[in-house]
Design a protein around this ligand. Structure first.
Ligand SMILES: *Cc1c(COP(=O)(O)O)cnc(C)c1O
Length: 409
């Protein structure tokens, strides 16, 4: 026992509590894709999941989970040993086809994918250019990497380009001495998880091309959510501009845990990248593979998305537009956008907390997001809309949020 450590940790927890920043874990059980109960049996309508298409409760997805469970409840080892299930290879091929890429590799979570890809591909003399609002898993990947990291202002491609030029200048000076070749990487979320806005992919692709950068895009909130068939950021811009940027991106990272209704992460791109990661990426090598059931359910969700993309995406879009319109018309302080992540900026952390607690009393679950996930004084309610919400549920929820806003603001 170390009494100093105990005191220090407890003080930090007290400090968090005092500032309304203490995080705790509740119990929740989803009885459908949109409804959950707590321990006491209270029922909630949930507007805060990443389950955009509601496929966690689709009979075909559940069936696929059950069917694969006869091959064992666990995968028994790393993919490189006994964890190499048929299901994993099948899903990887399916994702490659969906994303129109050569090859795909599954990791155990999206978080581990970012860590494992960024860490494995970057070396000491390299430079990673990372968007200021990238997801924590990208930030952590750059932190454990031996490369240097340059943060560019959110979506600001002139800032990015200036940082790259500066790096090239200083490289020219030092290269004369060391002769070490340095590689550049640009990493960005496709859809940003907190503000729900979309990366300027055409400009990023142009810069990556001009300066020979490896471009990595994290599609966690984009796959199954944007693009007319839910293929993500590339498709979103193809719909808009007619230009297909698939080959401009080196690696697309994503998760199986959001629209794909399961758990796990993936990276898609050229075969040599995937071969390299299989050999060098430690989270891939040293962790037990996902169970056949987990992978089979993601694959079933992906197949449903492929078959029904128009229906799913139009439901999701209509619901998003309806919720945004109702809240916007009532004058709430929202972050503008077109995707189903709808941030309502509240300001102080305690007020955001109270807002979410009051909604809970009304039977509606919406998470409050506080620092360090968002900047100080930008605490917010972070509403996410799903394809399986009904119009009535959206209208009723918007009404309650607006009523509360008028009382609490
Ligand atoms: C959710 C998320 C992740 C992490 O994915 P998990 O599968 O939940 O670990 C990574 N990147 C982004 C942008 C995310 O939103």
């Amino acid at each position: 026992m170390n009494p100093n450590l105990e005191n220090k940790l407890k003080e930090e927890l007290d400090e968090l509590e005092k500032n309304n920043l203490l995080r705790t874990v509740d119990n929740l059980r989803f009885i459908s894709s949109t409804k959950a109960i707590d321990n006491d049996g209270n029922e909630f309508l949930v507007f805060g999941t990443n389950n955009y298409l509601g496929l966690t409760h689709h009979p075909k997805v559940i069936e696929a989970f059950k069917e694969a469970s006869i091959y064992g409840t666990g995968s028994t080892g790393s993919r490189l040993t006994t964890g190499a299930s048929f299901e994993a290879r099948e899903l990887e091929n399916n994702i490659s086809e969906f994303k129109n890429t050569e090859s795909t590799l599954i990791f155990n979570t999206g978080y581990m994918t970012n860590l494992g890809v960024i860490y494995a591909l970057t070396q000491e003399n390299d430079v990673i250019f990372s968007d200021q609002l990238n997801h924590a898993s990208i930030i952590d990947g750059t932190r454990i990497s031996k490369a240097s990291v340059r943060i560019y202002k959110h979506k600001d491609t002139s800032d990015l380009e200036n940082l790259i030029k500066k790096e090239i200048e200083s490289n020219n000076e030092s290269n004369n001495k060391t002769n070490n070749k340095s590689n550049f990487f640009i990493v960005s979320d496709g859809v940003f998880s907190m503000d729900g806005d979309i990366a300027p992919l055409p400009e990023l692709a142009k810069i990556a091309d001009e300066y020979n950068c490896c471009l990595i895009i994290d599609e966690a909130h984009a796959t199954g959510v944007i693009g007319k068939n839910g293929k993500g950021t590339v498709e979103y811009y193809k719909d808009k501009t007619g230009i297909d940027l698939t080959d401009s991106i080196d690696l697309q990272i994503g998760t199986l845990s959001k629209a794909l209704a399961s758990e796990g992460g993936y990276v898609s791109g050229k075969q040599f990248y995937i071969d390299y990661l299989i050999n060098k990426s430690r989270p891939f090598i040293f962790s037990t593979a996902l169970s056949p059931s987990t992978i089979a359910s993601a694959n079933a969700a992906l197949n449903l998305l492929k078959e029904n993309s128009e229906e799913y995406l139009s439901n999701l879009n209509e619901n998003t537009i309806l919720m945004r319109k109702l809240l916007n018309d009532a004058g709430l302080n929202m972050v503008e956008g077109e995707i189903p992540i709808i941030p309502i900026i509240i300001g102080p952390a305690d007020l955001a907390n109270r807002f979410s607690k009051e909604l809970e009393k009304e039977g509606i679950l919406v998470s409050s997001i506080r620092p360090p996930s968002v900047p100080k004084d930008r605490s917010r309610l972070r509403l996410t809309v799903m394809a399986t919400h009904t119009k009535e549920e959206i209208e009723c929820t918007a009404r309650k949020i607006i009523e509360l806003w008028n009382v609490l603001k």
